[in-house]
Design a protein around this ligand. Structure first.
Ligand SMILES: [Mg+2]
Length: 241
C-alpha cells in the first residue's frame, strides 16, 4: 500500500530563486533606487529564511518596499517557470503521478505559487500560500489578513489543519530550505523534515533535519525510505543524509 504525503516548500526548493526578490528586480526596472532596494529586499529574505528575524517581519518589510500591480504577475509566473529546479522539471511525470499525495506549503503568494506548481502537475487545490490584496485599479495594497502563512508558526499551523481537514496519509515528510520549514518539524507538525540544500544551504536548518537532499531524485529516495514505501525508491538515488 502506498503511504505518506510529501509537503514541498516553493522558494529555493521547487524554483531555484526567491520569487519576491525576482519580482523586485522586474518591477523596479531602471529606477535610481533599484540596486539599493533590491539589496535591502534580498537581505530581508535571507534574514527571514535563516530565522534571524520572524517571517512576519521579513514579509511585511519586503512588501512595504515593493510597489506593483496585477499586471506584474503573469510575467513573474513566466519567469518562475523558467526557474524551476531542473531535477523537479525532469521528474514532471512522476510528480503528476504522485499529485494527490503532494502538497505545497509556502510563505510566498498563491497568485504565482499555484500556476507555477500547476505546470509541474501539482494540483492547485494542493497549493497553500498567502494571498495578495489589490485595490480597484489593480495596485497591490498588501497581504490578505487571512493569510496564515504570513505569520510566525504559519507552516506548522497550516500543516496541522491540512492533516485533519484533508485526511492526509501519514507519515508527512516536509522538504524545504528555510527556518520556517524546520519550525514545522520542531513543532511536531510533520514526522520528518528533509533540508533541501541545492539553492540555499543553511547549516542551522540542515542540522535540525532528518535528511539532506540536493536534488529531487534524492527527495524521492529519502521519501521512500522515511515513509516505508519502496514503490517510489527506484526513481532516485540514495539520499545524502
Ligand atoms: Mg524556501
Amino acid at each position: 500500500m502506498r503511504r505518506g504525503t510529501l509537503i514541498l516548500d516553493f522558494d529555493s526548493t521547487i524554483v531555484s530563486v526567491e520569487a519576491l526578490d525576482e519580482l523586485a528586480r522586474m518591477v523596479l526596472g531602471q529606477s535610481s533606487a533599484r540596486d539599493d532596494t533590491i539589496d535591502r529586499i534580498e537581505r530581508l529574505t535571507r534574514a527571514g529564511m535563516d530565522g534571524s528575524i520572524s517571517i512576519e517581519e521579513s514579509l511585511a518589510q519586503r512588501m512595504a518596499l515593493l510597489s506593483f500591480t496585477r499586471e506584474s504577475i503573469p510575467p513573474l509566473v513566466d519567469h518562475l517557470r523558467n526557474c524551476l529546479t531542473p531535477s523537479f522539471r525532469r521528474h514532471r511525470e512522476t510528480i503528476a503521478l504522485l499529485a494527490p499525495r503532494i502538497h505545497v506549503v509556502s510563505g510566498g503568494f498563491i497568485e504565482w505559487v499555484a500556476p507555477v506548481c500547476q505546470s509541474l502537475g501539482i494540483l492547485s487545490s494542493n497549493c497553500h500560500a498567502n494571498r495578495l490584496r489589490f485595490d480597484g485599479v489593480g495596485r497591490c495594497t498588501g497581504i490578505d489578513p487571512m493569510s496564515t502563512l504570513a505569520r510566525a508558526g504559519g507552516k506548522p499551523d497550516t500543516i496541522r489543519r491540512l492533516r485533519s481537514d484533508r485526511s492526509l496519509y501519514a507519515p508527512l515528510v516536509l522538504v524545504g530550505d528555510g527556518a520556517t520549514d524546520l519550525e514545522a518539524k520542531q513543532a511536531g507538525a510533520v514526522e520528518a523534515f528533509v533540508a533541501y540544500v541545492e539553492h540555499a544551504n543553511r547549516p542551522a536548518v540542515a542540522a535540525g533535519a532528518d535528511a539532506v537532499a540536493s536534488t529531487f531524485d534524492e527527495v524521492l529516495s529519502t521519501w521512500a525510505r522515511l515513509s516505508g514505501d519502496s514503490a517510489w525508491g527506484h526513481f532516485g538515488t540514495p539520499g545524502g543524509d
